[in-house]
Each structure stands twice: as C-alpha cells, then as structure tokens.
Design a protein around this ligand. Structure first.
Ligand code: GLC
Length: 567
C-alpha cells in the first residue's frame, strides 16, 4: 500500500517504463498496459517508489507515442482505460506510484483539433489553437521563416486545403506529424488542465512534462526572423523566440494550483533542456516542483565530471527548494553500458551509423562501469531514475537493420548525395542519387525487454517484438539473472532495497580521498559511498561494507567499482 507522505517524491527511486517495449500481454509485438500489470511483482522486487510511463495514448507513432492523438485515452493497441485503472490499482497495491507523461508542446497531426484546423479557414478559431501562417513568396510557396526543426530540415510544413490546393504553413518543433500548439490560446490552456485533472482524478500520482520549456513562443518575431535559427542552442535571457520564455512559468503556476487540490498533491517533473541556472525556475514549489537534471546523461565516465555535476546540482536544487534528480539513461540516449564500454573519444552517433562497427565495445567493462555509476547516483540525495533494462545491464542495440528503424530522427535526417555508380547490366557508370542518413536514431535503447532466456522474444511476448532483440539479450534476461548472485539485476535489487532504508536525510558532504580517481561522499547518517572510477586499488576506510557494484579485493576497492559503507 502507499504510505501517506507529502514528501514521498523528494528521494524516490523512479523507474521509466517505455510501454511498447516493456511486456506484451497479447502477442501483437507491442508492449501494453496489461503487460505492465503482469510486471507488477517484478517492479516490486526492485523496491521502487514510482514508475513513469512514457506515452501510451492513441498515437500514429510518428515519434514513438510522443505524437498524441487523444490525451485522455489509451491507445487501443495497448489496452483500455479499464486496463489502465487495473494497472494503477495493482501498482498501488505494491506500494508503487505512477507518473504519466504529458506532451503539451505539440499534438499528433491526427488529433481531432488539428484535423479540424486543416478543415477550417485561415484565421478561424480552429486554426488559432495551432501555429498557422501564410507563406512568403509570390504564391506563399516559401515557409514563413527559416526555423529548423529537431527532426526535419524545416520547422514548417505546408498544409493542404480541403479542396486539395496548397494552403498555409504550420509550425512544428519536431516532426511534421507533431504540430505545435499555440499556448497563448486559452482553449489550449484549459484543455491541458482538463487532461491533468482527468489523470489526477483517476489516481495518477505525478506527471513528467515533455519539452516543458518550449510552450510559449514570441510570435511577434516569427515574421521577421528569417535566419536559420539553431533550435538546439538556448540562451539564458528568458526572451528567446522559441524556448524558456519567462511567460512559460505562468502556465506551470496555474498547473500547481490544480495539483495542490489533491491529497497528497500531485507531483511533476519538467523535461526542460535549458541551461542549469534556468532549470531551477521550473522546480520551485509553486510550479512543477522538480526538473530533470540531465547533466550526467551527457557526461563522460569521469570522476572529475561526476563530482563537478553533483556539486553544482545539489546547490541548484537547494536554491529552488526542490531535490535533484539523477539520470543516467532514458529512451532518448545511448545506454550507459555501451557509452562507458567504448574507447574514450568515440563518436556515439558515428558508432550507431556504422552499426556498431566503428569502435570495439568492451561489454564487460561497460556493464561494470554502468553499475558503479548507478550505485553512485543511488546514494546521492534526491531522486534516482532507472530506465527499463538498465537494471539488466542491457547494451544499446547498434546493429538494428535500416528496415526495422522507427525513429523520426533516422527517417528525417537525410541528405541526398549524387553518386557515380557502376551499373552492371549496361556495364557502365551512371549518375545516381543516394540517401545519406545523418543519425541512426534512438531505437537501439527502445528494444523490447528480455524476460526469459529463450522464446521468440525472450518472454517479452508470445511472438516477435516490434523491434528485434539481439541474441545477447537472452543471457541478460530477468529469468537468467535472477538465479545469479552478483548479476547486474541482483546488484540493483540489493542496492535499491538498501537505499530505501538509508535515504533518511538529504544531508550530504564530500570527503577527501587523496586520489583524484576516487570519489567519496557521506550522507551524515553514517552512509558512505565511495567510487573508484579508474584508479589503482584503493584501501577502504573503516566501516561495515554494505554493498558493492562489483566484487571487492578484501578491503580494497578496485577501479570501476562503487562501495557503500556504514560508518
Ligand atoms: C522529448 C522526448 C522525446 C520526444 C520529444 C518530442 O524530448 O523525450 O522522446 O521525441 O520530446 O516530443
């Protein structure tokens, strides 16, 4: 059962479920809501406080579900609202709370409102919910400006009028199937309040807010800025055209009023890719309450980097009155096992494009380091996030075939290159055009989970999964690892169980080690965490050894290992 505690979220262990790849209960190749219910016992065995579900709403899957066609429903391929309620009940009964992913910046182009907008005239009420503009040029054939999208060359797509003629352009920060909402529109604002209320009333405990920093835009400058705006770089002024505008906080202050009508208040965490000094603004108690700290996602496996990031983020969290979040993996980035198991300086994007052939992967090293990093973050004050499969030591599937890829970052980042190719039939060279993909995309970390050592999809479902699993996933399955003492799963289970008992304080202090490769902190309640990143064997100080991420050498801590001590 759930404990009544308003502050349950401050030091929680939260597991991210990517529903389509978690567990498939009906054999159609897609993970589903009943699959999560079936997995409740497994989730319980990880001593979690909460799970966060990536989108499970009706979607055309142009962006793995982050293109939502109906915010208050379940994708029929994944189940029904009744299944959702049953899942919520089952997880709550195991003491696990549930976060839902809210995608407010854009909807799917299949959303009723967008379809209505396409069917309506320029200037209509229906179009005002999105961002429609006339094109430039004689016949409106040029986009309103040159903004680029994250997933496509242009952030504008020309719409078709109901009679089939070309019409206005609409704006999308991501794929063309993800039109951006106009957040100055009151109807949009009210509809999201309705969505948040809908899930809160069902008993959902919290929300992860997708691209939380992008909702408000400065439309007055849309017609004038024709430069190719780099949509990746964000300034800290609060006055950028597209991102992190000061007005976005009005939205979250209104949301907080709604969250606080519940007991315990609903919690929320912002996905805001903004410079760290601006992140705290989203995390204040009168707004979302917490914001993701993604600094470790981009960091190298390095004592210096980890130490700097922790120091900075603990200070930042204190400024906002929130606690920090620690994230090593999610559905958007290369899995840590692969990142840490590749030689220093490897270009991960190139590694994926080469199907994993551009550099040698040391799997054992990657897993060892990933476990050390995980036990390091679990001991920090604040929330620990675990992305499904991380607890199994899964590696990034780098050799997915092109035909299997689903991610729009693969499909849309294409350039055409002229090539001379030898044409066998005519025995001569001809000029052709080849498609060059600039990114392989994020499918390699979204491959279905292995539950058993064998079977058509290693127990994920009764048939094959929507993305093929590599053979190497069998020995990493839950079934295989559950039997092995010292397996990654076993180490995670023990660590998370201990963590639950030890997270009694948010106090924290660094302790000098005399070795730059060895990082030591204590939580002032006698709990010590020491990580030897890449140094010589390190003699441990006094204290009872509670747990380690890999075997110790007596009282010596080998490199790539974390130990927890009780002083
Ligand atoms: C977030 C999600 C990512 C998605 C994007 C657009 O960054 O994590 O998966 O593609 O938003 O919704």
């Amino acid at each position: 059962m759930l404990k009544k505690d308003e502050n349950w979220w401050r030091q929680a262990a939260i597991y991210q479920i990517y529903p389509r790849s978690f567990k498939d209960s009906d054999g159609d190749g897609l993970g589903d809501i009943k699959g999560i219910t079936e997995g409740a016992k497994y989730l319980k065995s990880l001593s979690l406080d909460a799970v966060w579900l990536s989108p499970f709403f009706p979607s055309a899957l142009a962006d793995g579900g982050y293109d939502v066609a109906d915010y208050r429903n379940v994708d029929p391929r994944l189940g029904t609202l009744k299944d959702f309620d049953a899942m919520l009940k089952a997880l709550h009964a195991e003491g696990i709370r549930v976060f839902v992913d809210i995608v407010p910046n854009h909807s799917s182009d299949q959303h009723l409102w967008f379809q209505e907008a396409l069917a309506s005239k320029p200037g209509s009420k229906a179009r005002a919910r999105y961002i429609f503009r006339d094109g430039r040029g004689k016949n409106g054939e040029l986009p309103p400006n040159e903004f680029v999208s994250h997933f496509a060359p242009s952030a504008w797509t020309r719409s078709k009028n109901p009679d089939g003629t070309l019409g206005q352009w609409y704006f999308h920060l991501f794929a063309p199937e993800q039109p951006d909402f106009n957040w100055d529109n009151r109807e949009v604002q009210l509809d999201f309040l309705k969505t948040l209320k809908f899930w809160s009333d069902r008993g959902v405990d919290g929300f992860r807010i997708d691209v939380a920093h992008a909702l408000k835009k400065d439309f007055s400058r849309f017609g004038h800025e024709h430069s190719k705006k780099d949509t990746m770089t964000i300034t800290t002024t609060g006055r950028d055209i597209l991102f992190d505008r000061d007005e976005v906080h009005e939205v979250y202050r209104e949301w907080r009023k709604l969250f606080n009508q519940y007991n315990p208040p609903r919690v929320a965490v912002a996905e805001a890719y903004v410079p760290s000094v601006r992140r705290t603004l989203y995390a204040t108690p009168d707004e979302l309450g917490q914001a993701f700290n993604f600094d470790l996602l981009g960091a190298k496996y390095s004592s210096k980097e980890f130490k700097r990031i922790v120091t900075e983020n603990i200070a930042l969290a204190a400024q906002s009155g929130s606690s920090s979040t620690w994230v090593l993996n999610n559905h958007d980035v290369v899995r840590t096992v692969t990142k840490y198991g590749l030689p220093d300086g490897t270009d991960f994007s190139q590694y994926l494009l080469s199907d994993g052939t551009s550099a040698p992967l040391n799997l054992e090293l990657g897993q060892r380091r990933a476990r050390a990093a995980a036990m390091f973050i679990m001991a920090l004050p604040g929330c620990t996030y675990i992305y499904q499969g991380e607890e199994l030591g899964l590696f990034e599937v780098a050799d997915l075939k092109h035909a299997d890829l689903q991610d729009p970052t693969w499909k849309r980042n294409v350039v055409l290159k002229r090539q001379r190719v030898f044409f066998k039939r005519n025995n001569k060279y001809i000029n052709g055009v080849a498609e060059i993909h600039l990114e392989k995309g994020r499918d390699g970390c979204r491959v279905p989970l292995p539950w058993t050592s064998s079977g058509p999809s290693f127990g994920f479902g009764s048939g094959k999964g929507h993305l093929p699993q590599p053979l190497g996933y069998g020995p990493l399955s839950m079934q295989a690892q559950s039997k092995i003492k010292g397996s990654t799963l076993d180490i995670y289970r023990t660590a998370l169980k201990l963590r639950k008992k030890l997270q009694t304080t948010e106090e924290f202090e660094w302790i000098k080690t005399g070795d730059p490769q060895v990082v030591h902190f204590s939580r002032k309640n006698g709990w010590h965490c020491i990580t030897n990143f890449d140094g010589a064997d390190f003699t441990l100080p006094k204290g009872e050894i509670l747990h380690s991420s890999s075997p110790l050498k007596g009282r010596k801590l080998p490199k790539n290992t974390t130990v927890w001590l009780k002083a």
